[in-house]
Design a protein around this ligand. Structure first.
Ligand code: SAM
Length: 267
C-alpha cells in the first residue's frame, strides 16, 4: 500500500511504516506460528496486518480507533471470509484485557500518546500473555529497560519489570515512516516472568510504586512513614533490610514486590 497518499491524523499518533525490511524484522521478533492467537493494536493501513493475516493463525484480533481503518479491515475480513479475524473499532485504552482467554501474543506500533498507560495495563491485566512486541518512542523504551539506580529508572520500569523480562529489539529512524515522527522509535519485547515470580498483590504494588515515584528525590522511609500507619511502618521497614536513606529509584522491582507483600496484610 502506498502510505504516502493516506492522510495521517496527528491526534491518533498516526505514523505509517513504509520500510519493508523494518516491517519484516518486527514480524520476525513476534516468532509467530499457526497455533498463535494474535492481537494487534493500531493496525492503521495494515503494514503489519497484511503479513499477520497471511500467517493463518488461530485468531487475529485488531483494535483500531480510527473509523476508516477499522471499517476497511472489517470489510476485508468479511469479503475474504476470514473467520479467525475480528476487528474492534475501539480505543485500546478501554479494552477489557482481563477477559482475553488463552495465550495471546500482542503486537503494535503504538500511538505515542497512549503507549505508556496501555503497556501498564497489558502487562498486569492480560491473564496469559505469551509475548508482546511494541514499537514505542526510543526514550520511553530506554526508561522501561532501565535498572534501579539509573536516573531514567521510574514507575513504568519498576512496574513492567515486575511482570516481564524486557528486551531491546532495535531502533527505527524517523525515515522509516510517513509522515516521519520527530523522534527515534524502538522495538521493545516483553516476555512474561514465570507465574511464581509475578506480583501477588498487584493493586498494592501499583499504589506503592506510584506513591514512591511521585517524590522520587525524597527518602523512601519518610514517604513510607506518611503513607502507612506508623506502628507498622517501622517494623515493615526493618524487614526490608534497606538503608533509611534509600530513594524510590534505588529499589529493584523485586524489593517493591516484597514491600507490597509485607504491606498487604495491614491495609
Ligand atoms: N500499524 C500501523 C503502521 O505500523 O503503519 C499504524 C501505526 S500508527 C503509529 C498508530 C495506529 O494506532 C493508528 O492506526 C491509529 O489510528 C491507532 N490508534 C491511535 N490511538 C488509538 C487507540 N487509543 N486505540 C486503538 N488504536 C489507536
Amino acid at each position: 500500500m502506498n502510505t504516502e497518499k493516506i492522510p495521517a491524523k496527528k491526534s491518533l499518533g498516526q505514523h505509517f511504516l513504509k520500510n519493508e525490511s523494518v516491517i519484516n524484522k518486527i514480524i520476525e521478533l513476534g516468532d509467530f506460528s499457526a497455533a498463535d492467537q494474535i492481537l494487534e493494536i493500531g493496525p492503521g493501513p495494515g503494514a503489519l496486518t497484511s503479513i499477520l493475516r497471511a500467517l493463518d493463525c488461530q485468531k487475529l484480533w485488531l483494535l483500531e480507533k480510527d473509523d476508516v481503518f477499522a471499517r476497511n479491515h472489517a470489510q476485508y475480513a468479511e469479503e475474504n471470509k476470514l473467520g479467525h479475524m475480528r476487528v474492534f473499532h475501539t480505543d485500546a485504552l478501554t479494552f477489557p484485557w482481563r477477559d482475553l482467554r488463552g495465550n495471546w501474543k500482542i503486537i503494535g506500533n503504538l500511538p505515542y500518546n497512549v503507549a505508556s498507560p496501555l503497556m501498564w495495563d497489558i502487562v498486569s491485566q492480560v491473564p496469559k500473555l505469551s509475548k508482546a512486541v511494541f514499537m514505542i518512542q526510543k526514550e520511553v523504551a530506554e526508561r522501561i529497560r532501565a535498572k534501579e539506580g539509573n536516573k531514567t529508572y521510574g514507575a513504568l520500569s519498576a512496574w513492567i519489570q515486575s511482570f516481564c523480562k524486557v528486551e531491546k529489539g532495535f531502533v527505527i529512524r524517523p525515515s522509516a515512516f510517513t509522515p516521519p515522527p520527530k523522534v527515534d522509535s524502538e522495538i521493545i519485547i516483553f516476555k512474561p516472568l514465570p507465574e511464581e515470580e509475578l506480583p501477588k498483590h498487584p493493586e498494592y504494588l501499583a499504589t506503592l510504586i506510584k506513591t514512591a515515584f511521585q517524590q522520587r528525590r525524597k527518602q523512601l522511609h519518610g514517604i513510607f512513614q506518611k503513607a502507612f500507619p506508623s506502628q507498622y511502618a517501622e517494623t515493615i521497614w526493618q524487614q526490608m533490610e534497606i538503608p533509611k536513606e534509600s530513594r524510590a529509584e534505588t529499589l529493584s522491582p523485586k524489593q517493591f514486590q516484597k514491600l507490597a507483600d509485607l504491606l498487604f496484610p495491614i491495609k
